[in-house]
Design a protein. Structure first.
Length: 398
């Protein structure tokens, strides 16, 4: 079996999307006779060095990038990453067809940055190639009662995201789903978007964590008055809700937020107005290892995102054994339900801040969950390819 893995993001030591690409690549290599990886050019050297000699012998790695001018624009223009990704996929279509004409693929897998509104290079391959798309996300929207949390700037961004997402989903998304032998949705919102269009559809968040990179939680040294939040300081992360939650907790509770972004000043101002500025610390962007250590020492993680498809921060906390208090939206709800861990607060609760505060007070220690360990990925990938090649239905998760 010859598999094409299209992983725009793929890196052996990074988390998030690059880590997803890396683990899917390893999963494909564990079962296929030959794998061709299409990725960004700046990933190639690290990937080749990190592969075992056995995997390296049957893996062809192709680095693909656009003109250097477009690379520079990607880094400096608003929305540059999304525009570059779109153009990268379109430009790669000719390349993947050429590759197929030389050494035909049995399976193609569009693996990372699998947003449901963008084109894919692999969709241009002929019908005899079994196409796997996902895990794919993007259909989760901010619940209407919480739109007020976004502020004027955030409302504008959300309106544009909803409009462009709906257009892209109706065009590129439906095309990708129709041409795919298997669509893997990150959560139930995306599954609903393509139900009746995809020939095979299953739900699996792209939370693939290497246990060796996660710290151990020492229950003796946990700070029971420390709450940790992880995520960029942007309106759609809902940090204003977390600050109001803090104001409803006893004064000995503290909140440390790890992440940077344009909302810092607005959130600092809100903290002052709420009278919690002495109890909240905006830690800025920190190394992943430092952030995970902070998560391991906290009473709980609070996750107030209003739209994430499969939040890695939630899966990481669950895998470490730190309880999560999160809003029941999109991927947060999916991961917490699948983990059977944490506390889910309804986004339609009449007093969300109060409900979150009550959940923080009631939360108790829970054992780490192995549900998101990357060791399961080879089995998952083998099942996905079996289904795509006409091998029957999904046999279920761990």
């Amino acid at each position: 079996m010859h598999v094409l893995v299209s992983a725009y993001a793929c890196h052996p030591v990074e988390g998030s999307e690059p880590g997803v690409g890396w683990h899917i690549l390893l999963g494909a290599l564990s079962g296929a006779d030959r794998v061709t990886l299409l990725t960004r050019a700046n990933n190639v050297a690290e990937i080749r060095e990190a592969l075992s000699s056995v995997h390296r012998a049957k893996c062809t790695i192709l680095g693909h990038d656009l003109h250097p001018v477009l690379l520079r624009l990607k880094k400096c223009l608003p929305g540059g990453t999304q525009a570059y990704y779109w153009a990268w996929q379109v430009a790669a279509r000719r390349l993947v067809r050429q590759l197929h004409s030389r050494t035909p693929f049995d399976v193609s897998h569009h693996a990372t940055f699998a947003v449901d509104w963008a084109p894919t290079a692999t969709s241009s391959l002929p019908a005899e190639v079994a196409k796997v798309w996902g895990p794919v996300g993007g259909a989760t929207l901010c619940p209407r009662p919480l739109l007020r949390e976004l502020g004027p700037r955030g409302l504008g961004v959300e309106a544009l995201r909803v409009l462009l997402g709906a257009i892209g989903r109706a065009t590129n998304g439906k095309t990708n789903a129709r041409r795919s032998a298997l669509v893997i949705a990150q959560n139930n919102d995306d599954a609903r978007a393509f139900r009746g269009i995809a020939s095979n559809l299953l739900v699996e968040p792209n939370a693939f964590l290497d246990p060796a990179t996660l710290p151990l939680r020492d229950a003796v040294n946990v700070d029971q008055h420390l709450i940790v939040g992880v995520g960029r300081l942007i309106p759609l992360k809902g940090w204003s809700i977390a600050l109001r939650m803090l104001s409803r907790l006893p004064e000995y509770f503290r909140l440390h937020i790890y992440g940077s972004g344009p909302e810092l000043e607005r959130l600092q101002g809100l903290a002052r107005r709420l009278g919690v500025d002495g109890r909240v610390a905006f830690m800025g962007h920190r190394a992943r290892a430092e952030t995970l250590q902070a998560v391991s020492r906290a009473r709980c993680v609070v996750f107030t995102s209003l739209h994430d498809s499969a939040p890695g921060a939630v899966a990481e906390a669950i895998a470490i054994g730190t309880p999560v208090v999160g809003l029941g939206i999109g991927g947060t709800r999916q991961i917490l339900n699948a983990s059977r861990r944490g506390s889910i607060v309804s986004p339609r609760a009449p007093d969300i801040a109060g409900a979150l505060a009550a959940a923080v007070l009631e939360i108790s220690s829970q054992p780490p969950s192995p549900r998101w360990n990357s060791t399961r990925v080879p089995r998952l990938v083998a099942e996905w390819y079996r289904i795509a090649l006409g091998g029957g239905e999904w046999h279920g998760n761990d």
